[in-house]
Design a protein around this ligand. Sequence first.
Ligand code: F6P
Length: 364
Amino acid sequence: MTKKLLILTGGGDCPGLNAVIRGIAKRAKKEKDWEVYGSIEAFNGVLNEPQEIIRLNSKRTAGIHVKGGTILKTTNKGNPIKFPIIQADGSTRFVDRSDELINKLKALNFNAIINIGGDGSQKISKALYKKGVPIIGVPKTIDNDLSATDLTFGFQTAVQIATDSFDKLVTTAESHHRVMIMEVMGRDAGWIALHTAIAGGAEICLIPEIPYDINKLVKRIDSRYKHGRGFANIVIAEGAKPQEGSITATKGDKGSEHVRLGGVAYQLSKQLKDAGCKAEIRETVLGHVQRGGTPIAFDRVLATLFGVKAFELALEKNFGRMVALKNNTITSVTLEEATKEYNFLKKDSFLVKAAKGLGISFGD
Ligand code: F6P
């Protein structure tokens, strides 16, 4: 009897999502008796009337591994357990639509669901699994902040994009005797920032895990200038904060559970000037270019292997698990384990110590 598999992508887009979809579809094709479908915009494709569910045949998935974004579209406003409803007065009300979703999935006769997404999406997977949904998670995020997997796909592509951009800023720093501040993404984790700082050769790297002392930064910058000449390159993570004071984060869009970060580079620039930094400063906020475009080869491979593994878990009826990379092996963990804690940079890790050994200042 034919079995039916549903794939969906949730949360922010990330280079490698299409490679996972293709990996699942190609591996499923080998089994002959599986049909693969995709839900448009995470679970909204199932919840919406009319439903938006497409058949993922070879024609739809051929060659998509080189494309950024997701052919299934995505949203961070589609949590079926806390579904946002915008009211007439503009306020947002959240309702639990999980039973409605489960009934619709049953009516569609899906034998397995593969949910590709970050922490928020995998928390949804866990809750649905507890309610009996045969679900498997695939971790994605450029932030690399999931502790159950050594790496998430998309991260290396983001680091490559940030490093390429950093290299382009260094030339202006050197030529104009400037301090160049480049802000990268990562939410509350400094992985993208620190990898970029090491790859690019930054003098200063500011991350959320190590709050900085602005006076120490001014001293470090001053030490690089003689008679007004010198330069410094700073990488700052969007969630980095000073030891005293805080950074501003704006409220997320209507229906989103996240606050929006971004703009800390401008705040740092002002703090440096207020603390007496004489150098000329310029700021660059990289933003979504870090998530855009084609995934680098490493992420295509990781994403494809995650896709194959996710399908094989479905084949074994090994539900309630998330695929993961551990010690260079593609494996899986329970959804419980997958969502237990975030993966933040540790101050006593070799990575941080090595960066300090290279002379990179964290401002601590
Ligand atoms: O989680 C990935 C990420 O790109 C973060 O690094 C960033 O803070 C956030 O998403 C941006 O989200 P949005 O696309 O909703 O602005």
